[in-house]
Design a protein. Structure first.
Length: 415
């Protein structure tokens, strides 16, 4: 069973072509209408199930394989190919509009108008040939004339060079029809070259969709949204889709355009692939962060840096509390008050406590803040230690004075 294409009344016109939203599959299909596959009728491969078949705009039967349409060579093509019944063409609605508004026709009409004032040798044959070749393509598109009628309906102002070129083209078309029955050995070499170029673009095209499927699966698990990291390569957010680029490349090669134009499209496909690879690395990093156990590579440098810096701050922290215990014991004996000389390092009288400073230092190291910020907290801990040492010396001097005064008093009593 062949799947029927959607009705053109449901299509919406966009800047790059048309869009159609399928309610059953919840998929938006963006297309130009010039695609040879069923996508030209608004039926994207994402709307159907694997193995479904449908007719394309070229008359062939296409089958869904993976994420795109592929020609089914097992079924013969229909003799009269269907035409995409779209509301309007993208750029020009009729042949008359093309002759008035297209840039090449404007240039040609100007040259034709000035031909009466210009000598015969200044006629631009190359421009005239380009104009008539494009005119033929547009007439085929709109179905105005057959390819045999075009030669007879050429205007009288055409140059002798153009007549010879068109006759050569006519001979080439006959040679191509003969070569389909018995292909000569000479024509094999250029066909193989075009295949090599096509394979490069096709590989990049397939790689883009494969990487997107990986990103979509991981993004679905992580955020419950396939297009959270990067949208689909054919979506409206993406803009000029990867599939459209590949089709433009195929038309560029089929029309034997200059290599630099076809290579530009290949570079655009490579840019899409780099975007997809960046999105894949972004998702992988997010998954690693979400895991509780960090990878083995990250363990070694963090553990070494923590131990060295932590030991210094921990030593100062412990030394502060040891000295305070000594001061508290001596102050208890001397004045019957532990905090007479200096308050507890974590008390309200102390202010910003020693334990709070140490906790802030640990947070600084854990969040991998700059070293200068962590070193500032270490200097504050060192200041606390100097305060404690001064208090210890103060208590020791007070005890020595009291002992000296007691010994003097005992000597005076004996005398």
């Amino acid at each position: 069973m062949l799947i029927e294409a959607p009705s053109p009344s449901e299509f919406k016109q966009t800047k790059s072509g048309y869009s159609y939203y399928d309610t059953s599959s919840d998929v938006t299909c963006n297309f130009k209408g010039t695609e040879p596959s069923p996508k030209g009728f608004g039926l994207c491969a994402r709307m159907v199930v694997e193995g479904d078949r449908s007719t394309g705009t070229d008359g062939n039967i296409w089958i869904k394989k993976g994420s795109r349409w592929v020609k089914d060579n097992s079924v013969a093509a229909s003799k009269s190919p269907k035409k995409a019944s779209l509301p309007l063409p993208i750029k020009y609605s009729s042949m008359m509009e093309w002759r008035k508004k297209s840039p090449i026709s404007k240039r040609f009409n100007k040259m034709k108008h000035d031909y009466n004032n210009v000598s015969e040798y200044e006629w631009d044959y190359e421009l005239s040939y380009m104009y008539h070749s494009e005119e033929r393509e547009m007439e085929k598109m709109f179905g105005v004339l057959n390819s045999n009628e075009i030669r007879n309906n050429l205007p009288d102002y055409i140059g002798p060079w153009e007549h010879s070129v068109l006759e050569k083209e006519k001979g080439k078309q006959k040679a191509v029809t003969k070569s389909k029955k018995t292909p000569p050995k000479v024509n094999k070499t250029p066909v193989s070259k075009s295949k090599k170029t096509k394979s490069e673009a096709l590989k990049i095209h397939d790689e883009v969709y494969k990487t997107w499927e990986k990103v979509a699966k991981k993004s679905k698990k992580m955020y419950d949204d396939e297009e959270r990291i990067i949208p689909h390569p054919d979506g409206l957010v993406w803009g000029y889709g990867t599939y459209h680029k590949y089709l433009d490349w195929e038309t560029c090669v089929a029309n034997s355009r200059p290599k630099r134009e076809c290579n530009k499209i290949v570079t655009l496909l490579k840019q899409d692939l780099t975007k997809m690879n960046k999105a894949l690395t972004k998702v992988d990093k997010a998954i690693l962060k979400s895991k509780k156990t960090p990878p083995k590579v990250k363990k070694t440098p963090v553990a070494k840096s923590k131990k060295k810096t932590k030991s210094e701050a921990l030593k100062i922290h412990d030394e502060v509390y040891k000295t305070w215990e000594k001061v508290a014991k001596k102050s208890k004996k001397m004045y019957d008050d532990e905090e007479r000389i200096i308050p507890h390092p974590d008390g309200l009288a102390w202010g910003y406590g020693t334990s709070h400073k140490y906790l802030d230092w640990e947070a600084c190291v854990a969040n991998s803040l700059p070293k200068r910020e962590c070193n500032k907290i270490i200097t504050l801990l060192k200041q606390d230690l100097t305060k404690m040492n001064k208090a210890l010396t103060k208590v020791d001097t007070a005890i020595l004075k009291s002992k000296a005064s007691k010994s003097k008093a005992s000597k005076s009593k004996k005398v």
